[in-house]
Write a protein that binds this ligand. Sequence first.
Ligand SMILES: C[S@@+](CC[C@H](N)C(=O)[O-])C[C@H]1O[C@@H](n2cnc3c(N)ncnc32)[C@H](O)[C@@H]1O
Length: 297
Amino acid sequence: MSGKAEEWQMARRKKGTSRRSKASLTCQDHGCGQDEVNTKKTLLRIRETMSELKCEDFWLDWKKLLLLSSPVTASAPSPEDGALELPVDQQEKGSDGTTDPGLECVCYGLGSFSSCVSARYQLAMLLLLLETLQIPPRLCCVFDPVFSAGETDVLRQLDLSVLTENEEGKRLTKRPTIFYLMHCGKALYNNLLWRNWKRETLPLLTIIGNSFSGIQERTVEREFQRDYGYITQAVAVCDERPLPCPPRLLDVFNDTAVITFPPGGLSKLPQSTWAAPAEPRYEHCPDLEIIRRDGHS
Ligand SMILES: C[S@@+](CC[C@H](N)C(=O)[O-])C[C@H]1O[C@@H](n2cnc3c(N)ncnc32)[C@H](O)[C@@H]1O
């Protein structure tokens, strides 16, 4: 794990001491170290973890909720059995001739999955989500500044698209996209919302990540409003559906929700919010919970 990530994680735990949340548990809490990655063994473990998750009752609930919440599949027939049949006009052919579901995925902040059990479970869950929503792995971009070269190699072997640039979450969405941000820093969510802060664009986003209302509860109100203005506004109008999690996997999946932005809710925000939304600067955040482009957190 890089020095920056260690500093970042220490800062996060310190802040959580007053109102401890399970969401603040990180790889360090599990005593994980950064070893050389054994690609074959890591891939095997990920596949084993996928098989394990598939046998869990809560996975069936996740699957149902995701199919119901996804901007593309919400209108598709029979989500009960996980069958995904899109109308022909919503399907596109990829360059390899396979059918794209019209849905993409972006995953930020997975963590060091070769050494950290939580991150491995989260990666296995991501792969199950892609499978269920029929998103080809190449249409899923992943980024975490702590990925080692070995982990990047594993991700590429899984056919995922590893980003090489730290976007700080500021990715503009052009088509329906699932954003998978498990236990990520508030600034990552806030940046993502800012970049897509348009009445027509926000409904394209489905976020699987920390519950916004949970974040609000754990943050001092004055700081929440001052530093995380986009989450502050979104929390009032988004649709948030909690995802269940068994007690033994609380550290991995607690406080997770599917968050969507129905147009009806967005229309309740004042018109003024959409005009020239200001880029977040976090000038008053001494311990910003994300690693920035310049390497500072
Ligand atoms: C609290 S940890 C969560 C790790 C893992 N998902 C878990 O639940 O154990 C937050 C993660 O966000 C990552 N992160 C920080 N800045 C980031 C950025 N700019 N883009 C993507 N990920 C970032 C950190 O490196 C770290 O792995």
